[in-house]
Design a binder for this molecule. Structure first.
Ligand code: ZN
Length: 344
């Protein structure tokens, strides 16, 4: 079978690899019908060092269950399922607390030697706890939006939940990638009255407005902070969704957070210590977040997708076959594309 393998910086290849197969009785084998390239895939794409082991890529997918291990109970061959970016058993203390990304028997796809979803197929550990059966056919027109439930919509929702978005609140979203755009959807869905997007790309800004952003701030750093304060009566935003992961984005988040507010971080942090500790302290701002437990959020978000109340699939602006994946990485890295869908 064919799969996406990252070898080094800017070196993504489609290769023939051994067919995926069931190894544990709790595994399923997933035939991928849709996958995609994630903004977080661009971190290793740019920063990977020569000499690291090659890594199979991709952690977002919808597919058909092709085979199941002897202990799998809730799935059957032929089920159409969405695969969260992390696998989890669904039974441990953290899964019961709906923090599936801390599962005691969990892990992350396309990472640390695990198989990836930008492939014809992959092995799913802890299949019962991980996969979520979808009540539609494999070619349903809602497929792009359903695919976002594997990561970006759940992650944007997590940022909004951690940032304590609630009816009447002011939300600010830092980052105009797919997660930031889904953060706008999530903030609106949770009732934010004013939604400020900090971003700079015209196509993404247009989409953010469609999704419910009321104000756009295109500056950076101190300029952006001053502009957000202008837009919020000098007080800042109650809820800040940090969807980038750089120290500059975090500094901006602290600068625009209102006293007593909260920052939800979902951009993988590429800094060692949380910046602006002093202002955070004196403003009593809560900082939280991490890898989103998207498995826990599928049930909550799925009805809104199925009934058309949210349309996060609009973040996909390009579709490729497996052969187009390397150029898909390039296009997203060059900000030519917001998010690339893969049809293996
Ligand atoms: Zn667990």
């Amino acid at each position: 079978m064919r799969a996406t393998v990252m070898h080094g910086p800017r070196d993504v290849r489609i290769e023939t690899v051994p067919d995926s197969q069931i190894k544990e009785p709790t595994d399923a084998l997933l035939r991928v019908t849709r996958a995609c390239v994630c903004g977080s895939d661009l971190w290793p794409y740019n920063l990977r060092t020569e000499g690291e082991d090659a890594q199979r890529m991709g952690h977002e997918a919808i597919g058909i269950v092709e085979d199941i291990g002897s202990e799998v109970q809730t799935l059957k061959k032929g089920d159409l399922v969405v695969m969260p970016f992390a696998f989890s058993d669904g039974t441990c203390v953290f899964c019961h607390e709906h923090l599936h990304t801390a599962c005691l028997h969990g892990g992350f796809f396309g990472n640390g030697g695990m198989e990836g979803a930008q492939a014809e197929a992959l092995r799913i550990p802890q299949a019962d706890g991980t996969l979520f059966v979808l009540p539609v056919s494999p070619e349903d027109p809602l497929m792009p939006s359903l695919l976002t439930l594997s990561d970006v919509m759940g992650t944007g929702h997590h940022a909004a939940v951690v940032a304590r978005v609630a009816p009447g609140k002011i939300a600010a979203v830092i980052g105009d990638g797919a997660v930031g755009l889904c953060g706008v959807i999530a903030a609106k869905r949770l009732g934010a009255e004013q939604i400020i997007l900090l971003g700079r790309h015209p196509d993404r800004i247009a989409l953010a407005r469609d999704f419910g952003a009321t104000d756009i701030v295109t500056g950076r750093g101190e300029d952006a902070i001053a502009r957000v304060l202008d837009l919020t009566g000098g007080l800042g935003a109650h809820a800040v969704l940090e969807c980038v992961g750089t120290d500059q984005a975090m500094n901006t988040a602290v600068g625009i957070a209102r006293a007593g507010g909260a920052i939800g971080r979902v951009g993988v942090p590429h800094y060692e210590t949380v910046p602006s500790a002093g202002p955070l302290f004196f403003k009593n701002v809560v900082v939280g977040g991490g890898p989103a437990p998207v498995r826990a959020y599928i049930e909550e978000l799925l009805p809104d997708v199925l009934e058309g109340r949210i349309d996060p699939g609009r973040v996909f602006d390009r579709t490729v076959g497996l052969d187009g994946v390397p150029d898909g990485y390039r296009a997203m890295n060059d900000r030519e594309s917001i998010k690339v869908m893969v049809k293996p």
